[in-house]
Design a protein around this ligand. Structure first.
Ligand code: 9MR
Length: 345
């Protein structure tokens, strides 16, 4: 009896074994030297233990889906809200995950005080500096890459988007923002993040031209995020080839916001074919030595932006609405298991 009590007390007092992820994905991704990431939302991260476990069991990196955007970080001028960003970064650190910083300059999710465009060029430069110093400065050394420029081109055209920054500062706002971010956090990898540029085409060519000219001028641009919001059956077949030409400029590349939406009703055949699409995207990254990772845009179909933004489409992510793994998860495992291991970078 005494022995039983002593053993029980010891078991309760001794630290438990360090928890290993219950899936093989993080280890496989690490063996290939790539990140496997996921966009996380603050509310479930704070309140849903199963959600947290899905993240830590399957991924090695996180992106804040919304909470690091301007609207949330500085809702009023000089009033910063760090509760969400801190939650994400602390969670990542507690669980050995890296963080993609998302995002600094974007035409969307800007607070009203900024979006209304009351600032002249010098004032807007001061606003950009205050925000960059606050956000990148706060997480210096803790967030290793930042989407400094998000979606600088028009949706389906090679024209630069005439956002607030462009209208007030001209097209060099991109170089200015990159220089500033580099000054604030010299170690961070600085990215342009864009969509509809994953495969070749006019818009991808324009992004390529922009990237080359920035690099020729010595502007601190280190990587390109190809978002990867795909429609099932319509994933470009030249992902690796397109990413490779950017890599050849000396840039890191990554698939930063992967999801593959399916028109309803979703059949088992659709889900099986979607698994092949996830596998193909992972394999495309592995085929490019400077592809540093793939991140999916949401933990489960219950948290995905797709049903709200594309009514009639659903089931875009590797876990379903009940948090159960879908064939797409197997597609990612398959890609990382089948291919010969890439040397660690
Ligand atoms: O997933 C995000 C969604 O919750 C927001 O409502 C939306 C607002 O525009 O932004 C979504 O994330 C976007 C990301 O920040 C940039 N690339 C496109 C993503 C999907 O719209």
């Amino acid at each position: 009896m005494v022995i039983f009590v002593v053993v029980t007390v010891l078991v309760l007092l001794l630290p438990g074994p360090v928890e290993e992820p219950s899936s093989e994905l993080p280890g496989l991704a690490e063996a290939h030297g790539i990140k496997l990431g996921v966009a996380v939302a603050v509310n479930p991260l704070a309140h849903d233990a199963v959600y947290r476990d899905l993240v830590t069991d399957h991924y090695t990196s996180v992106t804040a889906e919304n909470t690091m955007k301007w609207q949330h970080v500085q809702p009023e001028r000089y009033e910063f809200d760090w509760s969400g960003p801190d939650l994400v970064v602390d969670f990542a650190e507690d669980n050995g995950l890296s963080v993609r910083g998302h995002t600094l300059l974007w035409h969307n999710q800007q607070p009203d005080w900024l979006a209304q465009g009351f600032f002249d060029a010098d004032e807007l430069r001061a606003v950009m500096r205050e925000h960059t110093e606050a956000l990148l400065g706060r997480y210096e050394g803790r967030i290793d890459s930042w989407d400094v420029i998000n979606e600088p081109f028009e949706e389906n055209s090679p024209e630069l988007r005439e956002n607030l920054w462009y209208q007030t500062l001209g097209e060099d706002y991109i170089a200015e923002a990159l220089w500033l971010a580099h000054e604030v956090d010299p170690e961070a990898k600085l990215y342009i993040n864009e969509f509809n540029t994953e495969g070749g085409g006019e818009k991808a060519d324009a992004l390529y031209e922009l990237s080359s000219s920035l690099l020729e001028r010595g502007v601190p641009l280190h990587g390109i995020g190809f978002q990867g919001h795909f429609v099932h059956g319509n994933v470009p077949d030249d992902l690796a080839e397109n990413m490779q030409r950017f890599a050849d400029l000396g840039l890191d590349v990554e698939i930063s916001e992967l999801d593959v939406r399916i028109p309803e009703p979703v059949t088992p055949e659709d889900l099986a074919a979607q698994a092949d699409e996830y596998q193909y995207v992972l394999e495309s990254c592995l085929a490019v030595s400077r592809c540093v990772g793939v991140s999916v845009w949401g933990v489960t179909d219950a948290h995905s932006w797709i049903p709200e933004w594309f009514p009639g489409y659903t089931a875009a992510l590797p876990f379903d609405e009940d948090y159960a793994p879908k064939p797409a998860l197997g597609g990612m495992v398959e890609a990382l298991s089948r291919n010969s291991r890439r040397a660690k970078r």
